[in-house]
Every structure is written in structure tokens, then in C-alpha cells.
Design a protein around this ligand. Structure first.
Ligand code: ADP
Ligand code: 5GP
Length: 201
């Protein structure tokens, strides 16, 4: 039997520090059918972040130019920085039958769901706000003021959980990862994406 598949758009959101990046990296390592959608941002690169791998780090003028060319599928200002999903990479991936993963905030995610209703949307929750605070401090990539901003924005973000198809709590990483993998495994088998072709011998 031959199989044909249409590309799947996966959107993952959740408060800063909840573990989206950690789970996404693990997913990308374990599933070669999934590509990461590289966002453009005006945020400064953190130590260890690579331009063109984690983000495309651009300035305000470049962001404005992309906006005027309608180059973003969605864009938003999050925690005071601008972020956008380049439209081309998503459209090309889906067309080619590749699965693409976006790690974007709820404002952007809701826009994408609106434009592309077949999107698989997953919200990742921390076990508690205290754990979130601890993770942001342990990660040690943001200054205290930035951490405070991210923590206070978390409450509003969690309120948008009801708009997502799936939710999972990232308490134990291994358990959260197996739940994420299970969602993706099931979604790949949807009849709307999966076309088994049966030939008579
Ligand atoms: P996000 O991408 O959502 O901002 P990260 O993936 O950067 O979050 O994770 C924030 C911090 O929490 C990192 O230091 C990461 O190693 C840690 N972390 C991720 N998942 C867990 C977990 N299940 N338990 C404890 N720490 C975690
Ligand atoms: P960080 O600065 O920690 O990498 O990301 C901060 C927030 O911006 C996270 O919620 C992340 O999901 C979101 N984000 C990253 N890229 C995009 C994007 O292209 N669009 C939107 N709307 N949010 C994004």
C-alpha cells in the first residue's frame, strides 16, 4: 500500500518558561517529518541562540519592510518585542507535504487558527506559577525585569487556553513529551491528512 500525506501545521503556545522550546527541540530530534518554522524577531539573541536556526534576528526597519511586503502569516508584539511567522516557509512546507511546527504566542496562534482552520493547536501549561518563576530564573537568559514581565503576561496567556484543541502540563518532561508525541501520532492518522492508496495486485 502506498501512502500520501498532506503537510500538517502544528502550533504550540504557552507561557514563557513553561518548556515549549525544550519540548519542541526534543520533538524535532525524534521526528524528522517535522520542520521548525523559524520566526523573525526584533528581540536580541540570547547566548547560544543561532541566527537562522532559532530565529532570524532582525531590526525594526527590516520587520517593517516584511510587514509592508505582507511577508508574515501572523505577527505580534510579545513581552515588548516584535515576532512574526514568515508566510512563505509555512505555505511551502504544507504544499510539499512537510509538517511544520510553530512556537508562537496565543495572539499569533489564534490568527493562524483563524486563517488555517486545519491547524493542530497545543497549549503547554506549567505545573504552577511558582514552577514557572523558578524555571525562568534557572534558565537564566532574561534579566529580572524581563522575567517579571513574562510572569505577569502568563496569566492572560493561560486564559486563552480554551481556544486550543489540546492542553498538556509539562510537569515531568518525559511524560509531557510522550503526551505531545501521542497527539501528533494521532493527528497524522486523520483521514483529512492521510490517504492510503490500495492497489490490486
Ligand atoms: P519556553 O520555551 O516555554 O520559554 P524553555 O523550554 O526554555 O521554555 O524552558 C524553560 C526552562 O525550564 C529551561 O531551563 C528548561 O530546561 C526547563 N524545563 C523545561 N521543561 C522542564 C520540566 N518538565 N521540569 C523542569 N524544568 C523544565
Ligand atoms: P522568546 O522570546 O522566549 O523566544 O519567545 C517569547 C514568546 O514569543 C513566546 O510565547 C513565543 O512562543 C512567542 N513567539 C515566538 N515567535 C513568534 C512568532 O513568530 N509569532 C508570535 N506571535 N509569537 C512568537
Amino acid at each position: 500500500m502506498k501512502e500520501k500525506r498532506r503537510g500538517m501545521l502544528l502550533v504550540v503556545s504557552g507561557p514563557s518558561g513553561t518548556g515549549k522550546g525544550t519540548l519542541c527541540e526534543r520533538l524535532l530530534r525524534s521526528d524528522p517529518t517535522i520542520k521548525f518554522g523559524i520566526s523573525s524577531t526584533t528581540r536580541k539573541a540570547r547566548e547560544g541562540e543561532i541566527d537562522g536556526v532559532h530565529y532570524r534576528f532582525i531590526d525594526d526597519a527590516q520587520f517593517d519592510a516584511m510587514l509592508s511586503e505582507d511577508a508574515f502569516l501572523e505577527h505580534a508584539t510579545v513581552h515588548g518585542h516584535r515576532y512574526g511567522t514568515p508566510r512563505m516557509q509555512v505555505e511551502q512546507a504544507i504544499e510539499q507535504g512537510d509538517n511544520i511546527l510553530l512556537d508562537i504566542d496565543p495572539q499569533g496562534a489564534l490568527n493562524v487558527m483563524d486563517k488555517m482552520p486545519e491547524t493542530v493547536s497545543i497549549f503547554i501549561l506549567p505545573p504552577s506559577y511558582a514552577a514557572l518563576r523558578e524555571r525562568l530564573h534557572t534558565r537564566n537568559t532574561d534579566d529580572p525585569e524581563e522575567i517579571l514581565k513574562r510572569l505577569s503576561n502568563a496569566y492572560g496567556e493561560v486564559r486563552l487556553l480554551k481556544h486550543y484543541q489540546y492542553a498538556l502540563v509539562n510537569d515531568q518532561l518525559d511524560q509531557a513529551f510522550s503526551r505531545l508525541s501521542a497527539i501528533i501520532l494521532a493527528e497524522k492518522q486523520r483521514t483529512t491528512r492521510y490517504f492510503p492508496e490500495i492497489y490490486d495486485e
